[in-house]
Design a protein around this ligand. Sequence first.
Ligand code: ZN
Ligand code: ZN
Length: 265
Amino acid sequence: MRFSILGSGSAGNAALLVTEGARVLVDAGFSARRLGALLEPLGESLERIDAVFLTHEHGDHAAGLEGLKRFPHIRVFANDATARAVQAGLGHRPDWQIFQTGARFAFRDLQVESFAVPHDAQEPVGFRFTSGRDGDLFAPRRSLAWLTDLGHAPQNVRECIRECEVVVVESNHCPAMLQADTKRPWSTKQRISGRHGHLSNAAAGELLASVASPRWRRIYLTHLSRDCNSPAAVELALAGVRGALSACEFAVVGPGEGTPFYDLR
Ligand SMILES: [Zn+2]
Ligand SMILES: [Zn+2]
C-alpha cells in the first residue's frame, strides 16, 4: 500500500492510495485539472485512477467531481445522502457506487469501511482502507484511517482508528488564533469550533493520546486552517502526545501542501 496526500486544507483535500490492484482517490476537493497536475509528479494520472471515495459534499472535498466527467471510467463511492447533495450541483451523472455508512465492502483488493462522523454535512463519514493478508510476507495486512472534518470524536471513531498503521486526522485550528481572527464573523467561529465543526489542535492531540495504539506507525495532521492555525501551533499542541508515541512518525501537512509517497509495507 502506498499513500500520498495531494493537498489538504479548506482550499481542497485529496489523497492517493495505491495497492497492487487499485488506485483510488480519497476525496477530490480540487478541480480535475489541478488533480491531474498534483498526480503528475507522483508518476500518476487521472486516466489511471479507478475510483474516488467521498467523505462528504463540501466543496473542499468534492469540487473535482464536475471536471471528472472527462474521466467516465472513474467510479465514485459515496453514501446516498452525500451522492444526492453532490449530484444536485453537477451537470452530468458520475458512475455512483452507493454504500451504506457503517457497512464493510470490497473494491478490488481494498477492504473499505466507512464510519459516521459529527460534521455539518448531510451524512459525513471517515474511512478505513485495508489491504493485504495476515502472515503474507509480500503483502501483509495494512490499514489506513482517513478522518477529517469532525467536530468531536465519538467512541466509534476512536475504535476505527485504533487498528491501523496509518492515521490521517484533522488538526484544524488553534482556538486562540480562531478567536483572534478578524475575517470570520462570530457565527462562523461558532460553527468551526462547535460539536459539528472541526477538530482543534488540542482535540486532535486528546484523541491521539486517548487511543495511543501500538499499531500506529505514522500520523498525518491535516486540514490546517490557513488563517487560524500553523504547523508550529500544531507541533506545540502535539508535543505531549508525540513524546508518548515515540515509535510513531508524525507528519504535519501545512495548508496547500502535499506529501511524497509513503510506502506502507
Ligand atoms: Zn466539511
Ligand atoms: Zn473540509
